[in-house]
Design a protein around this ligand. Structure first.
Ligand code: C5P
Length: 234
C-alpha cells in the first residue's frame, strides 16, 4: 500500500478504503528536533500498544479520535484526516521548555491548565504561536481555535484521571488534530510517553521521553513499565 507520509516515529499508508489510513510505528526515537536520534528495537511496538490503549480509553470517556483499531503489534488503522500543522500543548505543572523560557520553578502548578500552540514546522524549530498568529497563518479560524482549546482541555481531564488511577501525575502533553472529510476537527497523531510528561510526584521518576532526552535511564524499560501499569488498570 502507498506510503503517504513518513515522520520521525511513524509511517502513514493509504489503504484500499479512501477514508482509512494505516499507521506503522517505527523503532526510532528522536529528541531536540532530530539532534539526538536512535534506533531501538521494540520501541514501535510499545508506542503502538500504549497509544492504541490511550485512544480507546479516550473513546470510552467521550473523546473521539481518528483511531479505529490496532491491527498488529506495530500498526493501527485510523480515519484519514488532514493534519492541522499545530502542536497543541497543555501544561498542568511547569516543566521542559516553559521552565527555561519563563524562568519558572520546575513542577510549579498551573491553574487553570495552560494551553499553548506551536507551529509544526521543523525548519523553524516549531515556534510558539499566539492565537493571532494561528489566525494570520490561516491554520484555524477564531471558532476553530476555541474548539481546539476546549478539546485539548477535555483530553487533559480524561488523561489526568487515567494517570491518577495509575498513581502518576500528568505534567504536560502535546496533541495534534486533523480535519476529516466532512471538515470535523478530530484528535489525531498519537498519545504516548513520547508526547507526554508523566511523573511519579513522590519519587519524581519520569515515565516518558525525558529519560531519553536527559539520558537518565532506559527508554525501553521505562515505556515497558508504563505499559505494565496501564495493563494493570484493565
Ligand atoms: O518541550 P516542551 O516542554 O514544550 O514540551 C511540552 C510537552 O509536549 C511535552 O510533554 C513533550 O513531550 C511534548 N512535545 C511533543 N512534541 C514536540 C514538542 C513537545 O510531543 N515536538
Amino acid at each position: 500500500m502507498m506510503l503517504l507520509y513518513e515522520g520521525k516515529a511513524k509511517r502513514v499508508y493509504r489503504t484500499e478504503a479512501e477514508d482509512v489510513y494505516r499507521i506503522e510505528y517505527k523503532d526510532e526515537v528522536t529528541a531536540g528536533n532530530g539532534e539526538k536520534h536512535d534506533f531501538l528495537t521494540g520501541k514501535g511496538r510499545l508506542n503502538n500498544l500504549i497509544s492504541s490503549d490511550i485512544f480507546q480509553y479516550m473513546a470510552d470517556h467521550g473523546v473521539a479520535s481518528h483511531f479505529i483499531e490496532r491491527i498488529s503489534e506495530t500498526e493501527q488503522l485510523v480515519r484519514s484526516v488532514e493534519i492541522i500543522p499545530l502542536e497543541v500543548v497543555v501544561r498542568n505543572y511547569a516543566s521542559g521548555s516553559i521552565v527555561k523560557r519563563l524562568g519558572l520553578e520546575p513542577y510549579q502548578l498551573m491553574t487553570p491548565p495552560l494551553v499553548e500552540f506551536y507551529y509544526k514546522k521543523d525548519e523553524l524549530n516549531d515556534p510558539i504561536l499566539t492565537d493571532a498568529h494561528v489566525e494570520m497563518l490561516g491554520l484555524a479560524t477564531p471558532d476553530e481555535i476555541e474548539a481546539l482549546k476546549s478539546a485539548a482541555l477535555k483530553i487533559n481531564s480524561v488523561l489526568s484521571r487515567m494517570m491518577e488511577e495509575m498513581q502518576l501525575s500528568l505534567i504536560d502533553f502535546k496533541v495534534e488534530f486533523g480535519k476529516d472529510q466532512a471538515g470535523n476537527i478530530v484528535l489525531a497523531d498519537e498519545i504516548s510517553p513520547d508526547t507526554c510528561r508523566i511523573v511519579d510526584m513522590e519519587t519524581k521518576e519520569n515515565f516518558d521521553k525525558d529519560v531519553y532526552r536527559n539520558s537518565t535511564g532506559s527508554l525501553l524499560d521505562t515505556y515497558s513499565e508504563f505499559y505494565n501499569k496501564m495493563e494493570a488498570l484493565k
